[in-house]
Design a protein around this ligand. Structure first.
Ligand code: IDP
Ligand code: MG
Length: 151
């Protein structure tokens, strides 16, 4: 079982795209186990994006991600990391395929709407950066699961 951290970035909130983007993930059949509105401070932004520290775009990235509220979600399931990245599309929306979230709703890399964890280890670390254990509802059952997964 993998866990992925999704962030609907400040542009998604400001543009009123939260419902649309959550809907795409939800309708695919992905299981959301945690979700909340957060205004990230600089320390949390730097921690979340630590791998990019020192790159030319890092200061702009920190100011973008802290510029307003974001929606953070945790999604759980088998092999979901790659599946979600494919649904999200390429980092640069100019190169993202139509049908992906970035390919359908974004045009530039510095305003690409959504974050999704890139590997299982990152998913674990990132989910724990944003959620306390009691905020993650891992054990509830969805009645629709038998229509989404072969039993
Ligand atoms: P990802 O979000 O697809 O995983 P990363 O390479 O991990 O892409 O980069 C993290 C975020 O940093 C991107 O989503 C984007 O917001 C921003 N970013 C990456 N490269 C650039 C760039 O060249 N210019 C401006 N922002 C960038
Ligand atoms: Mg990344």
């Amino acid at each position: 079982m993998e866990r992925s951290l999704i962030i609907l970035k400040p542009d998604a909130v400001q543009r009123g795209l939260v419902g649309t983007i959550v809907g795409r993930l939800e309708q695919r059949g992905l299981k959301i186990i945690g979700m909340k509105l957060v205004h990230m401070d600089e320390a949390l932004a730097r921690k979340h994006y630590a791998e990019h520290e020192g790159k030319p775009f890092f200061p702009g990235l920190v100011s973008y991600i802290t510029s307003g509220p974001v929606v953070v979600m945790a999604i759980a399931g088998d092999n979901i990391i790659e599946m979600i990245r494919t649904t999200v599309g390429a980092t640069n929306p100019a190169k993202a395929a139509p049908g992906t979230i970035r390919g359908d709703y974004a045009v530039t890399i510095g305003r690409n709407l959504i974050h999704a964890s890139d590997k299982p280890e990152s998913g674990e670390r990132e989910v724990q950066n944003f959620f306390d254990a009691h905020e993650l509802l891992e054990n509830f059952n969805r009645d629709t699961d038998r229509w989404i997964f072969e039993q």
